[in-house]
Write a protein that binds this ligand. Structure first.
Ligand code: TYM
Length: 332
């Protein structure tokens, strides 16, 4: 490798990402490839912390891999792989679990939220999820982790784990920095704009999926919850409009002032239509490329295998040193 900084990030294999996933994270991953060494991962091991249909998980994982490629991840420039193909993640996870406190894990808001949503399956994997996420990052000694705002707490914990390990065993891990975009880090639900946009929302109108067709995208934006003021301005208390303005701004590159003057004197109907069209047109090439790539399963599998091999080679060196540091006998 060269002396460029190292980026690591991951995404759950939902098959089709939300507009939140896209604007908060995935969209930014492609452009980073020229400036950094990038490693990106479809985190199927994280996915099984909630119950999954095995056949669907397999399909969604490969679709997510293809979708990352369609979103601009170039397998020649970056290492792109499936988490369960690279055993070092699970190996390092165990060691990090032994360096993570019960109290720290209990404070994670995602654990609390998911425990509420799945009260019949509060499993140990769900609880130790952030330690596996730390292992993903630390197995490569990544410098930067591009994520949306909701992952900040997990990243903070990964930093604490790295620092604790360094204190106990001598300086070794790079303490990773979050890399959170200024705009788009928290895209909200179209139906309840005080809530994060999330694939697990029960109301399909709340969520734009990046593989939705143009009509569906426009229809969902038309139904977006706003307010009764009929004024397109970015202001406290206008959660729905603020969210639509953020989406429109990140897609078009226009700032809020420009958007306010573009829609001055116009109703919300015009604005919602413009946002819907901009989003649908922006995503059109992603949909087309995904349709093409997902036909070619053997090519995708080849890419997965090559990515996993590179990721293993890279992380194996680091995890072997960790094994030695904690006192495991070298295999020789
Ligand atoms: P996941 O799969 O939930 O989300 C993937 C990325 O999308 C971002 N995101 C959002 N950004 C803005 N607005 C939203 N409404 C929104 N919803 C999701 C997330 O912040 C994330 O960046 N635990 C991680 C996956 C992971 C990971 C890692 C990430 C596993 N290991 C190591 C970084 C490094 C997760 O569940 O993301």
């Amino acid at each position: 490798m060269n002396d460029k900084k190292l980026i690591f990030s991951g995404i759950q294999p939902t098959g089709t990402f939300t507009l939140g996933n896209y604007l908060g994270a995935v969209r930014n991953w492609g452009p980073l490839q020229d400036e950094y060494n990038c490693i990106y991962c479809v985190v199927d091991m994280h996915a099984i912390t909630v119950r999954q249909d095995p056949a669907k998980l397999r399909r969604n994982t490969l679709d997510s891999y293809a979708l990352l490629m369609a979103c601009g991840i170039d397998v020649e420039k970056s290492i792109l792989f499936i988490q369960s193909h690279v055993k070092t993640h699970a190996e390092l996870n165990w060691i990090l679990c032994c360096n993570t406190q019960f109290g720290e894990l209990s404070r994670m808001t995602q654990f609390k939220d998911k425990s509420k949503r799945h009260p019949d399956d509060i499993n140990a994997g769900l609880f130790t999820y952030p330690s596996l996420m730390a292992a993903d990052i630390l197995a490569y000694n990544a410098d930067l982790v591009p994520v949306g705002a909701d992952q900040k707490q997990h990243l903070e914990l990964a930093r604490n784990i790295a620092q604790r390990f360094n204190q106990r065993y001598g300086d070794f891990f790079t303490v990773p920095e979050p890399y959170i975009p200024e705009k788009g880090a928290r895209i909200m639900s179209l139906q309840e704009p005080a809530k994060k946009m999330s694939k697990s929302d029960d109301n399909p109108n709340a969520v734009i999926l990046i593989l939705d067709d143009k009509d569906t995208i426009i229809r969902k934006f038309k139904r977006a919850v706003t307010d009764s003021e009929a004024e397109v301005v970015y202001r406290d208390g206008k959660d729905g409009i603020n969210n639509l303005m953020t989406i429109y701004s990140t897609i078009t590159g226009k700032d809020y002032a420009a958007i306010e003057s573009e829609f001055a004197g116009k109703g919300y109907g015009d604005f919602k239509l413009a946002v819907g069209e901009a989003v649908a047109d922006h995503l059109e090439p992603v949909r087309t490329e995904f349709a093409r790539l997902s036909q070619d399963k053997s090519y995708l599998k080849e890419c997965c295998a090559a990515g996993a091999e590179k990721a293993l080679r890279y992380s194996q060196r680091i995890v072997s040193k960790v094994y030695h540091k904690v006192g495991f006998v070298d295999k020789g």
